[in-house]
Design a protein around this ligand. Structure first.
Ligand code: COI
Length: 389
């Protein structure tokens, strides 16, 4: 159990206590936003908590559920499409106009990355610049201004450091950081919002999937599509995710872990799982669907590709016909939340194909190398990790 009451509200610094006194934030990126109503909790610049104050948290009970932490980072976009200096504030609800672009037209993006605790207590971020760049690409597609790479990375660092007591001990999970970029200005007709907010919050997490055996049982979705040509499947817009809920819910009710999507035109080639990318292993060859617009270019995906090539595997990024599922020895998924997860079986209609999992698999080899780099136990020769404290 997590003992939230260990950190009573009375121990918060005075500047953080006035959560009822919201400041009205005006300004806009695309015109007059003087009527924008979007306010945030008061800023707070330093954390009153030490790492010692996390010692009673039961890290072993962590899954992938929201456990609110102490601080979030908020930065607004000014009229000239530049983001103002952001700041940390106490984690809490935000106030939005009912007409906010994100609420009405889904104008929003999110990212996901993790902070890991090293054995010596230090903290590492994994490839934050890549998430920053992906947000910039997504923002361009969604007609939004976006923070610079430096602003993004600085915000993520500040959020991780301010919440450092929530970074689990080495080997017990990580602190998941969730940057959001959303249209917070009011808009009635379909148009870009007049004001934007970049926000980063955090939650300690461990395994994304609850599967006891660790291996996923996927169902090939033949009715619903995840993305279509010319759509937004290749960027991390919030609007890619709610439409996946129907298929996931149905698959879970039938005992599956998640669904595997096919291309929306021919329903033949593999795309991705709702929350992660997919890889097939056959002999020394690892194949994964190419990122040609409908598939999310995962940071874990490209890290695993590099690690595999470096370890002597041949990696192909190409269109993969669903018939190839029958020839694979192993299948695994990759994602920030998911990590590198073995797939035990894939079912398409009535046909179930089983895969090798466990000790000695390629999946395990790639997983341990990746986790070693992320947590600082394996030397990071490529410079993927960023030490933040
Ligand atoms: C992530 O892996 O960080 C994601 O954003 C996937 C999400 C469905 C949890």
């Amino acid at each position: 159990m997590i003992h939230r009451t260990l950190f009573p509200r009375s121990s918060w610094p005075r500047s953080c206590l006035s959560s009822s006194s919201f400041s009205k934030l005006g300004g806009g990126c695309h015109g007059d936003a003087s009527r924008a109503v979007s306010s945030m909790p008061e800023p707070c610049r330093s954390s009153p908590f030490s790492d010692d104050e996390s010692r009673d948290i039961d890290w072993d009970s962590l899954g992938f559920g929201l456990l609110p932490t102490d601080y979030m980072y908020v930065m607004k976009c000014s009229e000239d499409e530049n983001f103002e200096r952001g700041q940390l504030s106490r984690y809490g609800n935000i106030e939005l106009s009912p007409a906010a672009g994100v609420l009405n037209y889904g104008q929003g993006l999110f990212e996901g990355l993790k902070a890991y605790r090293k054995e010596d207590g230090g903290l590492l971020l994994f490839r934050p610049h890549d998430n920053a760049l992906r947000m910039r690409t997504g923002a361009e597609r969604m007609c939004m201004p976006s923070p610079s790479v430096e602003q993004f990375v600085d915000a993520v660092k500040q959020t991780a450091i301010a919440n450092r007591r929530w970074v689990p001990p080495s080997g017990k999970g990580s602190l998941y950081l969730r940057p959001l970029l959303v249209g917070t200005g009011p808009v009635l007709g379909l148009a870009p919002a007049p004001e934007y907010t970049f926000l980063v919050y955090a939650s300690p997490v461990r395994n994304y999937f609850k599967e006891d055996s660790g291996a996923l049982n996927l169902y090939v979705e033949t009715k619903f599509d995840r993305a279509s040509r010319g759509g937004t499947g290749g960027v991390k817009t919030i609007s890619n995710y709610a439409p996946a809920l129907k298929a996931i819910t149905r698959a879970k009710s039938r005992g599956f872990s998640d669904v595997l999507y096919l291309d929306s035109v021919n329903k033949r080639t593999l795309e991705e799982v709702s929350s992660c990318n997919i890889f097939l292993v056959k002999g020394n060859v690892i194949s994964t669907p190419a990122t040609s617009g409908t598939i999310l270019p995962g940071v874990t995906r490209k890290s695993v590709i590099d690690i595999a090539r470096n370890r002597g595997y041949e990696v192909e990024e190409r269109a993969i016909d669903m018939d190839e599922l029958s020839d694979a020895r192993e299948v695994f998924c990759t994602g920030t939340a998911v990590g590198v997860a073995p797939v035990g079986s894939i079912t398409c209609l009535d046909k179930r194909i089983e895969y090798q999992t466990g000790a000695g698999t390629t999946c395990q080899e790639l997983y341990s190398t990746l986790v070693g780099i992320q947590t600082g136990t394996t030397e990071d020769k490529i410079g993927w990790t960023v030490e933040i404290s």
